[in-house]
Design a protein around this ligand. Structure first.
Ligand code: ADP
Ligand code: MG
Length: 347
């Protein structure tokens, strides 16, 4: 069944659910309880607001006053309560939490206003409510812009299939240090122009990790491009033949992160090898690279003909590189369930 989405979903970070799991069972229960309270209060607001409409329409239709009266304070207070409870369950910064709760309180005050008689206090409450609404709306709009930009960057990155760190099973690959990967996910390595080299057997989750790093970078408003070594070489050859190599390099220069998947035993003809290793070498100062390969680092020099530009390119990449070595077995082992193979799509 599809998950129910709310207008507030955009506040939920991609890792929100997993974070809750890490926080433990108590936090999860509290969150579930708050959501339930929020949901109940919302229904109370809907029913009482509906009742108010009926009550107003009653004299028009029936010609007599409605038998039961109800102040609009009730739905307003219920909305405020629902909003404040919901805000606590969302992944927001401390100040956003405070502001959300204040908006909830503002609704409640707005409702409670109906029981007040002092006009000065009523006007003051109205003004406070307006200020809080405007502040909260500005946060919603800012988040919306940020998430739209992130989605656009994810689309432009051309991932074969979007994978995140939350679906990576670290227990299945003990040689990959979770803390190291989570630190990389924060993206500071990109600001420092450092590289990540992921080596391991086929099926060990190299592409998954590379995609997860790229996806996280997109959400941090970084320009990312995911490609395979063979696709990159083809594009380089095409650009070379059309004498557009410089433009192609300029396009690469604009990236914050270039992910090259499956750099394996490439016994490439001279020109192809030269073009590929030139990308690695020239990107060294300007762009971060995430590279996946089945070749252990110590064998790189022999794997890539060390007489060519390969040696210096490999040195450049590994010089400021974080190495993640997946020494475990393939995740595609027979018997393991629920593995969705990447579906490569044209980009
Ligand atoms: P590689 O690039 O190393 O050949 P992939 O990243 O393509 O391997 O992984 C193959 C499949 O197995 C993918 O669907 C991937 O999501 C999954 N997979 C591999 N390792 C893990 C893991 N540790 N946790 C979760 N899924 C994994
Ligand atoms: Mg792969």
């Amino acid at each position: 069944m599809d998950e129910i989405t709310t207008p507030f979903d955009e506040f939920e970070h991609a890792s929100g659910i997993a974070t809750v799991f890490r926080r433990g069972i108590l936090a999860r229960c509290l969150q579930a309880a708050l959501r339930a309270v929020s949901f109940s209060a919302l229904w109370l607001a809907i029913l009482t607001a509906g009742f108010l409409v009926v009550r107003r329409a009653w004299p028009l239709v029936m010609g007599s006053p409605a038998p039961i009266s109800l102040k609009s304070a009730i739905p307003l207070i219920a909305i405020g309560f629902s909003y404040a409870c919901l805000t606590v369950t969302l992944r927001r910064t401390f100040s956003q939490h405070v502001l959300g709760i204040l908006v909830g309180l503002a609704f409640m005050l707005w409702g409670a206003e109906q029981f007040l008689t002092n006009q000065e206090i009523i006007s003051l409450i109205d003004d406070i409510v307006v200020v809080l609404f405007v502040s909260d709306l500005s946060i919603v709009i800012r988040h919306n812009f940020a998430s739209c930009a992130g989605e656009r960057l994810v689309r432009n990155a051309c991932f074969p299939v979007v994978k995140t760190i939350e679906t990576y099973n670290f227990a299945a690959q003990p040689s990959i240090e979770e803390g190291h990967v989570r630190a990389l996910i924060e993206g500071k390595y990109i600001d420092r122009r450092e590289n990540v080299i992921i080596v391991g057997n086929p099926g060990a989750g190299k592409t998954h990790l590379a995609t997860a790093l790229g996806h996280a970078a997109c959400l941090q408003r970084k320009h990312v491009w995911f490609t395979t070594a063979s696709a990159l070489v083809s594009e380089l050859i095409e650009a070379h033949e059309r004498r557009r190599l410089r433009q192609f390099h300029r396009k690469l220069d604009r990236l914050d992160l270039l992910i090259i998947d499956e750099i394996d035993y490439v016994r490439l003809p001279d020109l192809r090898a030269h073009l590929l290793f030139e990308v690695l070498r020239t990107g060294y100062e300007r762009t971060s690279l995430v590279i996946t390969s089945t070749i252990p680092l110590e064998k790189w020099a022999e794997a890539f003909d060390s007489e060519t530009a390969a040696k210096s390119a490999v040195d450049c990449v590994t010089d400021r590189g974080h190495v993640l070595e997946a020494t475990g077995d393939s995740y595609r082992q027979p018997g393991r369930k629920a593995i969705v193979e990447p579906q490569f799509r044209a980009c």
